[in-house]
Ligand binder design. Structure first.
Ligand code: NAD
Ligand code: MG
Length: 397
């Protein structure tokens, strides 16, 4: 029996994780952490009876506590300032699903890394913000790091088997790998007339053609900032150089990414676009368990196409790749600015094109500096958010 802690249990990845766990007796839901969706948390507690529950939002926490008591459920609601970190690093936890959205996921995930847990990493922002420090801690504490992001999970699966457990330490070229081919669908605006991008509504931006996901990552997919963040994530997870990674648009989202070898072989991982596949893979690795995902039906597939990304259409993708070349201060800045700009777009304060303007100008305003510690990373993240917020106020509609 493995005890699982789910950070972000009420979100899209959190719910898919619970769907997979519900089908297997081997996994016990030990702790659930979320922000404010108290109704769903109460439902999850009724079904899975976790030992610990954390709600970041104080009002939601009180409501959950009161309702669980009235239902006589044996779950303990923790409301200390570092509650998420406490449950993620609890000695009885074996597996931590890191699926909080944004920078808020960093500290609880690091707390789990420091206890040498098996980390299922969906929160790509952790690596974008603090890649070097994060990977060093994984090595130092002998934690197990398994990628959940579908592309990185696909790359992991297509790597030589002896590299899979320690891909962040691999010398790719010595393993015969010539390139990582990071695929992306291109999002809902792959073919939209560029002159109409200023009219893009929130509803249009969050309507992803293939995947059902949370709002922030859906907007990131529409701007392809998501692929940019994944580019940085891939650099850290697979110890890759910027020139070892190539982004390829594959609108059908059947191939989830590929690894090209020096002999000309290309290994791809395929499947229906459903996050339960990478979740089941990482939960059971190196074994295989059922995920509930329907098998691919090849006779249904009419097209199978690949396109090079156009940076005029996706300037955020180029910005993130350039930041990856630049270094940690640039990726931390872009990530923070993008969280602010996407939140401002989702609440109707700025237009779709302004997301890039805020991200780019925040990066331009941030002087290059070496980041040595977590405190320095968090301070830079806060400063970038202040600058981005000022820019949002400037362009507010
Ligand atoms: P979501 O918005 O659906 O869910 C986010 C979860 O985080 C919710 O449970 C929310 O309550 C919780 N949360 C937010 N702020 C919190 C805080 N301060 N403290 C505690 N909990 C907090 O997001 P999602 O789509 O599930 O994405 C989660 C993460 O997984 C993101 O980093 C995203 O990039 C990554 N990811 C998602 C997908 C996907 O298909 N949804 C795919 C790959 C990677
Ligand atoms: Mg992805």
């Amino acid at each position: 029996m493995s005890n699982v802690c789910i950070l972000g249990s009420t979100g899209s990845i959190g719910r898919s994780t619970l769907d997979v766990i519900a089908c297997h007796k081997h996994y016990n839901v030990f702790a659930l952490v979320a922000n404010s969706n108290h109704d769903l948390m109460i439902e999850q507690c009724q079904q899975f009876k976790p030992r610990f529950v954390v709600m970041q939002n104080p009002d939601a926490s009180k409501r959950v506590k009161k309702t669980l008591a009235s239902l006589n459920l044996p779950c303990c609601v923790i409301d200390s300032a570092r509650a998420a970190e406490e449950v993620a690093s609890h000695p009885d936890v074996d597996i931590v699903m890191s699926a909080i959205v944004g920078a808020a996921g960093l500290l609880p995930t690091l707390a789990a890394v420091e206890q040498g847990k098996r980390i299922l990493l969906a929160n790509k922002e952790s690596l974008v913000m603090s890649g070097e420090l994060f990977i060093n801690k994984v090595k130092q504490h002998n934690a197990t790091l398994l990628p959940i992001d579908s592309e990185h999970n696909a790359i992991f699966q297509a790597m030589p088997s002896h590299v899979q457990g320690a891909s962040f330490d691999a010398e790719l070229h010595q393993q015969g790998v010539s390139k990582i081919l990071l695929t992306g669908s291109g999002g809902p605006f792959l073919n939209r007339d560029l002159t109409t991008f200023c009219d893009i509504s929130v509803e249009q931006a969050v309507a992803h053609p293939n995947w059902s996901m949370g709002q922030k990552i859906s907007v990131d997919s529409a701007t392809m900032m998501n692929k940019g963040l994944e580019f940085i994530e891939a650099k850290w997870l697979f110890n890759a150089n910027v020139d070892d990674i190539e982004v390829v648009i594959h609108p059908q989202s059947v191939i989830h990414s590929m690894v090209q070898y020096v002999d000309g072989s290309v290994l791809a991982q395929m499947g229906n676009p459903d996050m339960r596949t990478p979740i089941a893979h990482a939960l059971a690795f190196p074994e295989r368990i059922e995920s509930g995902v329907a098998p691919l039906n090849f006779s249904d597939m009419l097209d199978f196409t690949f396109v090079k990304p156009d940076y005029q259409r996706y300037p955020n993708l180029k910005l993130a790749i350039d930041a990856c070349r630049e270094g940690q201060y640039a990726t931390t800045t872009v990530n923070a600015a993008n969280e602010v700009s996407v939140a401002a777009f989702l609440s109707g304060r700025i237009g779709f094109n302004d997301i890039y303007k805020v991200n780019e100008q925040t990066l331009m305003a941030m002087p290059n500096r070496q980041l040595e510690s977590l405190d320095e990373i968090l301070a830079l993240d806060s400063r970038a958010r202040e600058i981005a917020n000022e820019l949002v106020r400037k362009w507010e509609q």
